[in-house]
Design a protein around this ligand. Structure first.
Ligand code: GDP
Ligand code: MG
Ligand code: ZN
Length: 327
């Protein structure tokens, strides 16, 4: 196997040489319970991960480049990009979704309403992790579920929107161009949105299992159970993920400022440097809303995401205080 097809390049080579040890780089395809499927020059193999890793060392995630040590993961190479969310089970912990992705495809089925708030959350996670977010509308062969789709492009405020259909093949060539020659795209979105179908369309064969959507509520069943990296024959790789309706943000203020760059720019002009864009005099954000230059709902979503992180910061501060007191 040519690891270059999976994204290995001179920069990774230098990273490896810089570390001095290890000659067998491999990319993590999927992780389950202490074991990983990895691909290296010698092909795909299943290696052990958890049992051998020292505490405090990075746990491998799909997309990671690792150095193999026999049939185990020796070390995880420093990540170029990483998608992190709040752990759905433990709000005080961060969870790594995938590593080393260049692009994040936020997948939305046209058979359901377009929910800008959820899409923006995924985009924040992407930008915060150093990846470029694109929105992929699937099932373009399908009538849009409702009017929410007519404003989608405008609401995305500049983020690329690709219309696709796994059924007719629409938009697939455009996605392939985005992936070539050796880029990696993670697909995020709710169950039943059409992520696995998209991967199959990109690969050109039925690689992944597709879930039937229940007729009544259009909800998908969770057919995809692990995050999995797949090679696209026309260049690049995609990582399919199990469906998530939404993501909780983890420490991603930079991501918010990037996704809402228009508002961040306005905010820089507020009279007070720490303006909360509430009742303060000289607030450019509120001013822009009042003047009709900024959509009030968009400003509201921006403030709500920051407020969510405020709560999180508070929680973490209380926790570290409690830990210190116990000591
Ligand atoms: N009409 C139509 N249905 C699609 C398309 N892509 C996927 N589907 C259907 O949507 C359902 C969920 O697809 P799947 O790929 O498993 O979604 P995932 O849960 O996001 O991976 C399946 O019933 C697919 O047949 C498409 O382009 N057009
Ligand atoms: Mg799936
Ligand atoms: Zn302000």
């Amino acid at each position: 196997v040519d690891v270059a097809a999976y994204g290995w390049d001179e920069r990774w080579e230098r990273t490896l040489t810089g570390r001095g040890g290890g000659t067998r780089p491999a990319r993590v395809l999927r992780v389950d319970r202490g074991e990983c499927d990895v691909v290296s020059a010698s092909g795909v193999e299943r290696v052990a991960s958890d049992s051998v890793r020292a505490q405090g060392e990075l746990a491998p995630a799909a997309g990671d480049w690792v150095v193999l040590d026999g049939a185990t993961v020796g070390a995880v190479l420093p990540r170029r990009t990483v998608l992190v969310r709040r752990d759905p089970a433990k709000a005080e912990l961060a969870q790594v979704l995938v590593a080393n992705v260049d692009l994040v495809g936020v997948v939305c089925g046209r058979d359901r309403p377009f929910r800008i708030g959820r899409v923006e959350r995924f985009l924040v996670v992407a930008e915060d992790g150093g990846a470029e977010g694109v929105v992929i509308a699937t099932k373009a062969d399908h009538e849009p579920a409702d009017d929410s789709w007519s404003d989608a492009a405008a609401e995305l405020a500049g983020t690329r929107l690709v219309m696709t259909s796994a059924r007719t093949g629409a938009g697939i060539a455009e996605l392939r161009r985005l992936l070539a020659p050796h880029r990696t795209m993670a697909l995020l979105g709710e169950s039943g949105a059409g992520k696995s179908s998209l991967v199959n369309a990109l690969v050109g064969e039925e690689r992944l299992e597709i879930g039937a959507v229940r007729v009544g509520d259009r909800k998908g069943r969770h057919t995809t159970r692990a995050r999995e990296l797949v090679l696209v024959p026309t260049g690049g790789t995609v990582i399919d993920t199990p469906g998530v309706r939404s993501v909780g943000l983890w420490d991603s203020r930079d991501g918010i400022e990037q996704v809402f760059a228009d508002i961040a720019e306005l905010a820089a002009g507020c009279r007070f440097a720490d303006c909360a864009h509430g009742e303060e005099p000289g607030c450019e954000v509120r001013g822009a809303v009042a003047a009709g230059r900024l959509d009030a709902a968009r400003a509201q979503r921006y403030l709500a995401l920051h407020a969510e992180l405020d709560v999180q910061d508070q929680r973490r501060a209380e926790q570290s205080w409690a830990v210190r007191r116990r000591r």
